[in-house]
Design a protein around this ligand. Structure first.
Ligand code: ADP
Ligand code: MG
Length: 728
């Protein structure tokens, strides 16, 4: 074992778990560091409190004078909890979160100082944010952007800083972050869904989208990560031969959580409790050292904030435990990757889950309405849905023989499939009383039962109905959920608007009764969106063929998948809903394409470096050892040496072959990178990186991994898969 590897492994083996003592009940810790309704009641004037609640529930603007009262209350609370600084916390298009801390402290002359935090500082800030990605928006318009308070997501204290969730927009109003379009999409789906709910219940005034994410991740010892330049710089291994034992025994999945990982989780969960992140579930995942954590679902905007915050907190807590969290979708080749399932539903302010079973035939018709409209929305926009989860790292999962495929399809289970089959035969136009009764009793009426034991599980589906919600499984573990959630809520909003118009038209023009009109429209939707429904094995080759026949897209790479974001249809959809204007949509596309290029570029550089400067020199050293050996044998045995040295001589040649292949491929890759870098057009550049640069990674890796098996273990500099995955 090389010295570097030896020390890394020794260091990680010597670590003792940090014992986490829990004296206080978690329910008592929950939300202690959040400026929630309880604290607002305590620290705000009645007027200020009402104004925040109104802003949260109805999106009303907060008056500047009232803002001063709110900030004063918030400051008092924060200082009482030991906070010294405040920050506007936002989610720029880098994918992570951003913050710039300012102290409450303010000198007031005569050597005295006070703690100050005014309404202005709460409501709006101007971070010097010219280095955040903006896809040309701020270059063409204004040089600056500003952050503005989002009162729908409560302020919280992390460490000693009061964090205020904000949107990040340019001075001309274009969104520069993930949150702004999400909030607009949530508003669009709220309005559209309320209008449709009115067919069933006049009392519904608000519909919230809910999100319950499940975060998968790997925990690797910090010293081991530091021994691998590829993990350190790209979050994944760019080379490494698979370990003799991997996940084939399935002995990790739901197994006993290793002690150090357990202490990490407990520590993390305590932090989450304080921050009001309702984490509930933890377990081992399929791969060794892979885990999952999931909260109880929440309103989508808050859930997205919580997930972004969680990823930060996970990193920070990991430092204390000498771990590094790998959020990458595919840190290890041949081992299960990580995703972030997005469980999604819609629920009303009257307490009804619109994708859950109801008590009356009418409420079950409401369920069917939202269920079928969601399927139709995904059917009509499958390419946009695929685009919403596209990234360089997620390409390793989607369409790479692993969960889930790059083809978007919807799984609903056998029983709901038969319900849709029956509904498909509903009479065109007016329904006879007999048919109505039959539908009510035998189709709609059966739904609660069906949903009750909807235990059908299909793990290979990218978008599955799971009894009272849809589970969007193709989202990447590293991704900000805002992106897929913006798309999903937008397409459903658009679909519900169309649905309402069609039903109203049938009522007005054909004089159909409300439920007749609904059945009529749903019938047509079922027929039109059949192609998106798929119950079989999503990983199989047969599905690829079948999907092609059905005309479904199968975009395996990000540059191709992203195009759907700027189709005329997508631009119009976002524009009509007020989610994003053309400039915003186009700039996001550009940013994501550029981000793709940067990721592949960095990986290419790191791989070239590791292959040439770590692998090849090591192989040469070993080869020299073999050469010395052959020379020695010749010296001792004279002409008869050949028989004894044949294997070594073969090995010398084999090593030379791999060294040659690595060197020529690294040169080829570098040249392709140069060519790609010279392309002006960002689409052409991304495609060049995807189709000309990236495929060479596999060639280089192949030969490096072969050498790993040939070269003396004592010389091999890079920590091996078995050590990364099984040292604890
Ligand atoms: P799994 O998918 O691992 O079997 P569950 O189905 O129990 O796990 O739940 C997964 C996630 O779905 C949890 O975060 C849960 O809170 C969330 N969830 C449950 N109901 C809803 C809902 N109505 N809307 C959104 N998410 C939900
Ligand atoms: Mg799940």
């Amino acid at each position: 074992m090389s010295t570097l590897r030896f020390h890394a492994i020794k260091e990680s083996l010597n670590r003792k778990p940090i014992k986490i003592e829990e004296k206080t009940r978690r329910s008592e810790l929950f939300g202690l560091n959040v400026f929630n309704e309880d604290k607002m009641r305590q620290y705000l004037t009645k007027e200020a409190f009402n104004s925040v609640m109104d802003a949260m529930q109805n999106g009303t603007k907060i008056d500047r004078v009232v803002a001063d009262h709110i900030s004063t209350g918030m400051k008092e609370w924060a200082i009482s909890k030991g906070a010294t600084h405040y920050t506007h916390w936002f989610q720029p298009l880098t994918g992570s979160t951003a913050e710039k801390h300012d102290a409450f402290f303010e000198p007031i002359g005569n050597g005295r100082a006070i703690e100050k935090f005014g309404g202005g500082q709460l409501v709006q800030q101007e971070p010097d944010a010219s280095s955040f990605p903006n896809g040309g928006i701020r270059n063409t318009f204004e040089a600056r952007g500003y952050t503005a308070w989002d009162p729908t997501s409560p302020a919280f204290i992390y460490g000693t800083t009061l964090c205020i969730p904000t949107v990040f927009v340019s001075y001309t109003g274009e969104a520069l972050d993930y949150k702004t379009p999400l909030l607009r999409a949530l508003q669009a789906v709220d309005h559209a869904a309320v209008d449709v709910c009115k067919y069933f219940d006049k009392n519904v005034k608000k519909v919230n989208a809910s999100l319950g994410w499940e975060q998968e991740y790997f925990l690797i010892d910090r010293a081991l990560v530091a021994s691998r330049p590829d993990i350190l710089l790209t979050g994944r291994t760019l080379l490494g031969h698979s370990s003799a034992k991997g996940q084939q025994l399935d002995d990790h999945y739901f197994g006993t959580i290793p002690n150090r990982a357990m202490q990490y989780m407990r520590d993390l969960e305590t932090e989450c409790m304080l921050l009001g992140i309702p984490v509930k579930t933890r377990h081992n995942e399929v791969a060794p050292n892979q885990f999952e954590l999931a909260p109880v679902y929440d309103e989508a905007n808050l859930a997205v904030d919580h997930n972004s915050l969680l990823m930060d907190v996970m990193d920070k807590v990991a430092e204390r435990h000498d771990f590094k969290v790998l959020f990458h979708e595919k840190p290890f080749k041949g081992v299960n990757g990580s995703g972030k399932h997005n469980n999604w539903s819609l629920s009303t302010d009257t307490g009804v889950n619109l994708l859950g079973p109801g008590k009356t035939p009418m409420s079950n018709l409401q369920f069917l309405t939202f269920f079928i409209n969601t399927i139709k929305a995904v059917h009509d926009n499958e390419e946009l849905v695929r685009a919403s989860i596209a990234s360089a790292s997620n390409d390793h999962r989607l369409g790479a023989n692993e969960a889930p495929p790059a083809i978007i399809s919807v799984f609903i289970g056998e029983q709901l499939t038969s319900v849709l089959d029956e509904l498909q035969n509903v009479t065109n136009g007016k329904l006879s009383p007999e048919e109505k009764t039959d539908l009510k009793l035998n189709v709609v009426g059966k739904i609660p039962e069906i949903l009750l034991d909807n235990t059908d599980r299909n793990r290979t589906s990218p978008f599955a109905f799971t009894g009272n919600k849809f589970e969007f499984r193709a989202v990447g573990s590293k991704a900000n959920c805002a992106n897929p959630m913006t798309v999903l809520n937008s397409i459903v909003a658009k679909q519900l608007i169309d649905f309402k118009a069609e039903v109203d038209a049938l009522i007005d023009e054909k004089e159909l009764k409300k439920d007749e009109a609904i059945f009529n429209v749903l019938r047509e939707y079922i027929k039109k969106s059949k192609n998106i429904l798929f119950e079989g094995n999503g990983y199989g080759e047969a599905w690829e063929k079948e999907a092609k026949k059905r005309g479904l897209s199968n975009h395996k790479t990000t540059p191709i998948a992203l195009r759907a974001k700027v189709s005329d249809k997508a631009i119009k959809l976002f524009e009509d809903l007020g989610v994003m204007n053309k400039i915003e949509t186009e700039s996001r596309y550009e940013i994501e394409m550029e981000e793709y290029v940067l990721h592949i570029q960095i990986e290419g550089r790191v791989l070239g470096d590791v292959a040439r400067n770590h692998v090849v020199p090591t192989a040469v050293r070993y080869q020299n050892m073999l050469i010395d050996n052959v020379k020695g044998l010749k010296e001792i045995y004279g002409a008869g040496f050949k028989k004894l040295a044949q294997q070594q001589m073969n090995l010398i040649e084999e090593i030379s072959g791999h060294i040659e292949a690595i060197n020529s491929n690294v040169t080829k890759m570098t040249n392709e990178r140069k060519k790609a870098n010279n392309l002006e057009d960002f689409e052409k550049k991304a495609e060049a990186y995807c189709f000309n640069v990236k495929p060479i990674f596999d060639e280089i890796r192949y030969h490096c991994d072969k050498l790993e098996l040939l070269v003396d273990d004592e010389l091999w500099p890079l920590t091996k898969y078995r050590e990364l995955l099984f040292t604890r």
